[in-house]
Design a protein around this ligand. Structure first.
Ligand SMILES: C[S@@+](CC[C@H](N)C(=O)[O-])C[C@H]1O[C@@H](n2cnc3c(N)ncnc32)[C@H](O)[C@@H]1O
Length: 361
């Protein structure tokens, strides 16, 4: 698998729709993010196996990384990345600058000088699939043809999608309190704007079920620029190692475990899926196709890829989509001190709107 957590092309299994409904009950806040253990999960005795069509291959037992993308293509990509002194494709400094300019213009992503090898290995597959030998040919083709599918593949290749369930767990406790307090705002609306493969929006949905019980009055829009990760999120199927650090009770309550052909996979329960709408939204776009007023915006670990000007423009647009009491949740290494007129820190990388200085929702 790509070292930057790119999901590979291996098809995950299809799970049948379960008959059982979500056995949720309100849970005290103190248990929300404090119970993560690293013990591997076992199949509970008497649990119903989830049967998949026999044609679906078992995941490889070694690691999630291998099980997702250890294809011949993946191995070739990895080999092409190893510096043997001679690369498979011609890749010049000029090509690298061109890639940087294109991805910056299209996605706002600023790639540092240090990302040359990453760019080479991520795009090598595109050249191979087109039968090209030189990056200059690929970039000419990309720009001249304007082919939307190739642009999509180009952008998908260059995004970094690292994520996990209940990442930066304190935010989910703060969110739980926010949901309880905002009794006048139902449904409580959340925008998760760099949702990656779905772990973050499903963590939000689990938090909602733990606060309210079954059928929580919560709506979540989960968006990302990368269409591959959105598809993964929509399916809600993960290798088991992705949930190994979660509270086993939580896993039991909110996930279906695959057995037999599906061993090694878990699937989120449909009750969580129905709270979430997955959509492609480019944060860089002048207009976002959203009419909602959000109580919480989760914008975590994506602003680090943007320069300060781009960040400011996005923050300014957030204000017009947020409830006056809404909260913005940022990643642990992100801060918005350059936008103190728009958002004030509440501590722990949570921000509240500064009212009056920006457009009100
Ligand atoms: C490192 S992941 C963060 C995932 C998740 N928010 C978390 O904190 O675990 C960054 C995500 O931002 C997305 N992204 C990058 N540029 C974007 C843009 N211009 N618009 C929307 N999403 C973007 C990437 O596709 C990637 O899935």
């Amino acid at each position: 698998m790509d070292p930057k957590n790119k999901p590979g092309p291996t098809k995950p299994p299809v799970f049948p729709t379960p008959r059982a409904t979500l056995p949720v009950s309100p849970r005290p806040a103190s248990t929300l993010a404090s119970t993560a253990v690293k013990t591997p999960l076992r199949t509970p005795l008497g649990s119903k196996p989830l049967v998949a069509p026999a044609s679906i291959p078992k995941p490889r037992p070694t690691s999630a990384t291998l099980s997702v993308s250890a294809t011949r293509q993946g191995i070739l990509d990895t080999l092409s990345h190893i510096d043997t002194g001679k690369r498979e494709f011609e890749f010049t400094a000029k090509d690298f600058d061109r890639v940087r300019a294109l991805i910056y213009k299209h996605a706002g992503i600023s790639l540092s000088e240090a990302k040359q090898d990453m760019v080479y290995s991520r795009l090598a597959r595109r050249l191979r699939s087109k039968g090209l030998q030189r990056f200059v040919e690929y970039l000419d083709m990309l720009e001249k043809s304007g082919d939307p599918a190739e642009w999509e593949a180009f952008v998908n290749a260059l995004t970094t999608n690292l994520t996990s369930f209940f990442r930066e767990a304190h935010h989910f406790e703060i969110l739980a309190n926010q949901m309880r307090k905002a009794a006048d705002r139902r449904p409580f609306k959340i925008w998760c704007c760099a949702a990656s493969t779905g772990e973050e929006p499903y963590s939000l949905a689990i938090t909602a079920c733990e606060v309210f019980g079954a059928n929580p009055p919560v709506q979540i829009v989960a968006s990302d620029l990368d269409t591959n990760v959105l598809e993964h999120g929509r399916k809600g199927i993960y290798t088991q190692d992705r949930v190994e650090r979660m509270d086993p009770e939580r896993v039991k309550r909110f996930f279906l475990r695959g057995t037999a052909e599906q061993e090694g996979y878990v699937r989120v329960r449909p009750e969580l899926q129905k709270l979430i709408t997955f959509r492609q939204i480019n944060l860089l776009d002048a207009r976002w196709p959203l009419n909602e007023v959000f109580d919480a915006v989760f914008c975590r670990n994506v602003m680090i890829y943007f320069d300060k000007d781009t960040q400011y423009k996005i923050l300014e647009k957030f204000t017009s989509l947020m409830h006056p009491q809404g909260l913005l949740y940022a990643g642990h290494s992100e801060n918005f001190i350059h936008a103190v007129n728009l958002f004030k820190s509440q501590g722990r990388t949570v921000y509240a709107r500064v009212l009056g200085t920006a457009r009100t929702a």
